[in-house]
Design a protein around this ligand. Structure first.
Ligand code: F6P
Length: 546
């Protein structure tokens, strides 16, 4: 940590002591304009950050931190296509996939515009042909089901987005996503599908990922078994950087779509990895989704730091993570169709910033990625909200909600919105012991019983939250939401001085699995050299399967 960053953190720490005397409600009481001053609009999306333990001084300290940590310079390097992924010697240029400006984007000095547009045109032509039934299966039937086979970034983005945008999908076309090496995933998905009307898209940046290769081979065998070996080519497409490996798998050249090393897996939904989504919502819908991402790129690049949503998101996250010691961040969409959004953000945030060494390999000085988790409201209210309101840990919450539904029931939607706003109010406001006791007495409870019960009905309050309120969950709006979180993660990585674009932490488990797989499948294989627990588990399993 540089001295200037250390000084900015120390100033924040001292400021926390001072500000802890005041609750969030006090800030509103002393400032009737607080909501007006503590929100940012991005077209028809509003980011409300007024319900935070932060005042003007807090924001000034946080903005100083951003400046001395070099957020603006790092942002320039990112958009310039510099080798910001220093451990893999690559740029991170997912923004080039959604660039609608006149300024070309360069990956390490090479303009990528032409290749991006050419590949997108191929994806769109293929998507259109599948949607219109021009492209059919081996028996001449149009496709009714598309199965995306991939994992991590080759699954979560399209799976989350297809569910989020279901009202924009082509009627009669069903999307399925198979990720897990657990054979149940593919088996359950295929249960009601007719191979003759099913298109499989194998998505893998590396085309070596164990889970994806196992599922792709099994799906291939199913098609060959049901329709004959010659039918396989008509039922498969693939997306990868390893075009050689895809060709070897037996996929026809005109159904192989490229992506590039400069697109990280968890940033790849904007690339050909979005093929299944493009088929589902169509080229126009997909372009709109890309434009949403581009809206945010422009905002992130152009808006002053104090009005910059990803910068504010990132800084408030650092405030709670590093100064208040919060270890988790909840993301609660009041939007059933965003049910997979928290899982998507888990990979985006925790695979990017779950690191403990700096860009140059020293131990980090500050805690990094919080635990990201969440479920849609209102369901979560009847499950884990108890802990958010009265648990011993403070967990900042992001609420997401649309002003208008993408279904036809305004009554349900009004209830949904009221619940969302009520929860952030309750978290902030809390209820004092005296209020709890007075409420019980007002209901006619005896004084002694009221005093005994009141502590259980007390809410500490001052639990912070942000609210994203947008007109409706359209493709463009979803593109905006994703890109806001992408850049938030980037801002935090700069402050923590870590590389958010590599993921070495997933390697060790993969290596050990490769070593264990033959020992697990071969019951006479020697257990020598394994640790006691692993050997014991394998031995027990042998007993249970014997
Ligand atoms: O889990 C590690 C990871 O490499 C992710 O970063 C990636 O999104 C996922 O595996 C899938 O990788 P691939 O697209 O190469 O199959």
């Amino acid at each position: 940590m540089t001295q200037t960053v250390a000084a900015a953190m120390a100033a924040l720490e001292a400021h926390r002591v001072e500000i802890s005397q005041h609750g969030i409600a006090d800030f509103f009481a002393g400032d009737p304009d607080r909501f007006a001053r503590y929100h940012v609009e991005l077209d028809d999306l509003l980011f409300d950050y007024s319900k935070h333990r932060a005042n003007d001084a807090t924001l000034a300290h946080l903005l100083t931190l951003a400046r001395v940590a070099g957020v603006e310079e790092a942002r320039e390097r990112l958009f310039a296509g510099d080798l910001v992924n220093n451990t893999e010697g690559r740029p991170a240029l997912h923004m080039a996939l959604r660039n609608f400006s006149d300024t070309p984007m360069q990956a390490d000095g090479v303009d990528v515009t032409a290749q991006v547009l050419a590949e997108r045109a191929r994806v769109f032509a293929f998507a259109k042909a599948v949607r219109e039934g021009a492209l059919r299966g081996a028996t001449g039937q149009a496709f009714t089901d598309v199965v995306n086979i991939g994992i991590g970034g080759s699954d979560l983005g399209p799976a989350m987005a297809a569910r989020a945008l279901s009202p924009f999908g082509k009627p009669g076309l069903r999307m399925h996503f198979v990720a897990n090496v657990d054979g149940a995933d593919l088996a359950d998905t295929m249960m009601d599908l007719d191979p003759a009307r099913t298109l499989f898209i194998v998505c893998s940046k590396t085309f070596t990922t164990q889970e994806t290769m196992a599922n792709a081979s099994a799906a291939r065998a199913m098609v060959a078994g049901a329709l004959g070996e010659d039918a396989v080519g008509d039922h498969f497409a693939a997306v990868s950087t390893r075009l050689d490996l895809v060709a070897k798998f037996g996929i026809k050249p005109d159904r192989i779509f490229a992506m590039w090393d400069w697109v990280g897996g968890r940033y790849s939904v904007w690339s050909s990895i979005g093929l299944s989504l493009a088929i589902f919502i169509g080229p126009d819908g997909f372009e709109s989704f890309l434009r949403g991402g581009h809206d945010v790129d422009r905002h992130f690049q152009d808006a002053p730091l104090q009005d910059n949503i990803p910068v504010l998101m990132g800084l408030l996250g650092v405030w709670y993570r590093n100064v208040w010691g919060c270890q988790a961040q909840a993301v609660i969409p009041y939007d059933q169709r965003l049910g997979r959004f928290p899982a998507y953000l888990q990979q985006l945030d925790m695979e990017s910033n779950g690191k403990s060494v700096t860009r140059t390999g020293e131990s980090v000085a500050l805690g990094t990625a919080p635990v990201i988790w969440g479920e849609p409201g209102t369901n979560g209210q009847h499950a884990f909200f108890q802990m958010l309101h009265q648990g011993t840990d403070v967990i900042p919450v992001d609420f997401l909600v649309a002003a208008q539904p993408t279904h036809a029931d305004p009554h349900h939607h009004a209830l949904l919105v009221a619940n969302c706003f009520a929860q952030s109010e309750a978290l902030m406001r809390g209820r004092s012991l005296a209020e709890a006791e007075a409420g019980l007495l007002a209901q006619g409870m005896e004084a002694e019983a009221a005093a005994a019960l009141a502590p259980h009905k007390r809410f500490p309050g001052d639990r912070p939250s942000s609210t994203f309120l947008y007109r409706a969950l359209t493709p463009r709006q979803l593109g905006r939401l994703i890109a806001l979180y992408e850049h938030k993660v980037f801002v935090q990585s700069v402050i923590w001085d870590i590389n958010p674009f590599d993921q070495w932490g997933v390697e060790l488990g993969k290596e050990l699995c490769n070593r264990l797989a033959p020992i697990v499948s071969e019951r006479n294989a020697s257990l020598e050299g394994l640790d006691g627990s692993t050997a014991g588990l394998i031995g027990w399993r042998r007993g249970l399967t014997g």
